[in-house]
Design a protein around this ligand. Structure first.
Ligand code: ZN
Ligand code: ZN
Length: 271
């Protein structure tokens, strides 16, 4: 049973493909749950201050349109055996919670993925901004990232935390395995009752492995943290990308099921 709870459309300005095109591709690949998780609009002051940010998320003026477009596609897709879910990927760096809360009050979504892409105003996952890594030691950077990620989990705004060790994207890694950081994060998500995404996007990036690493996944499993599976597709051709690898990693860590969220309630799907 293939699921993909993390895809982006053209609306975020750095992905391609319409809702319709994603659904067509998902049907071709036998996906049974397809979750749209468009980047929730960023605050206007951040967009004004950061010229890159205009292409990081859909504009606020399109949020309602996005929601109605995905919602309208549900019935037709359902007739073909595909459950379409309306989600968003929210930036939950410290200080952004009120903005996210305000936007979430204006739309009824099935699920919210919480992400950290920004550290002190630096979008560390943007390939055009990798020079920022020179300003940090890997140890400090990872510690700060996982602190913010644990904070995001505890915000109560997200149903699942997306691509949990995204900080490794370009190969920046601490010298010693960061087991203590994994424990800290696993404890935070377990306490908060939040799920974690296994993202296959990492396989397409320089780090060349799933987010999370198998060690982090084992720490999550030890605390019975549910997992969902997403491709983070930025074009329809990436729908359900390497799903089998994610499912195998989950099973290898001891999971027997994944979760999807409908109306912000988790439903189990066997792996
Ligand atoms: Zn994106
Ligand atoms: Zn993301």
């Amino acid at each position: 049973m293939t699921i993909d709870t993390h895809v982006h459309t053209w609306r975020c300005r750095h992905a391609t493909g319409t809702v319709f095109e994603y659904i067509q591709e998902a049907r071709r690949r036998g996906v049974i749950f397809l979750g749209f998780a468009e980047h929730l609009p960023l605050p206007s002051d951040l967009v004004a201050a950061d010229p890159y940010a205009r292409s990081y998320a859909m504009p606020e003026s399109e949020l309602a349109l996005y929601a109605s477009e995905v919602s309208a596609a549900k019935e037709e897709a359902g007739r073909h055996g595909l459950v379409v879910l309306l989600g968003v990927e929210a930036d939950l760096h410290p200080g952004n919670e009120d903005h996210v809360r305000r936007l979430l009050a204006s739309v009824e979504v099935d699920f919210v993925l919480g992400s950290v892409h920004y550290l002190d105003g630096w979008a560390f996952d943007d390939p055009d901004r990798v020079d920022g890594y020179d300003r940090w030691s890997a140890e400090d950077l990872w510690e700060r990232y996982f602190d913010d990620l644990a904070h995001a989990a505890r915000s109560g705004l997200a149903d699942a935390i997306a691509h949990p060790d995204l900080i490794k994207k370009f190969g920046c890694r601490p010298k010693v395995p960061p087991d203590a950081l994994y424990e800290l994060f696993a404890e935070a998500v377990a306490d908060a009752g939040v799920a974690v995404e296994i993202s296959t996007a990492g396989l397409r990036k320089p780090c060349a492995e799933l987010y999370p690493s198998q060690d982090l996944l084992r720490a999550l499993r030890a605390r019975k943290v549910p997992v969902t599976i997403g491709s983070d597709a930025h074009s329809p051709s990436e729908v359900a990308y390497a799903y089998d690898a994610a499912a195998a990693a989950a099973r290898g860590a001891g999971y027997r099921s994944a979760v999807v969220f409908r109306n912000r309630l988790a439903e189990e799907v066997p792996l």
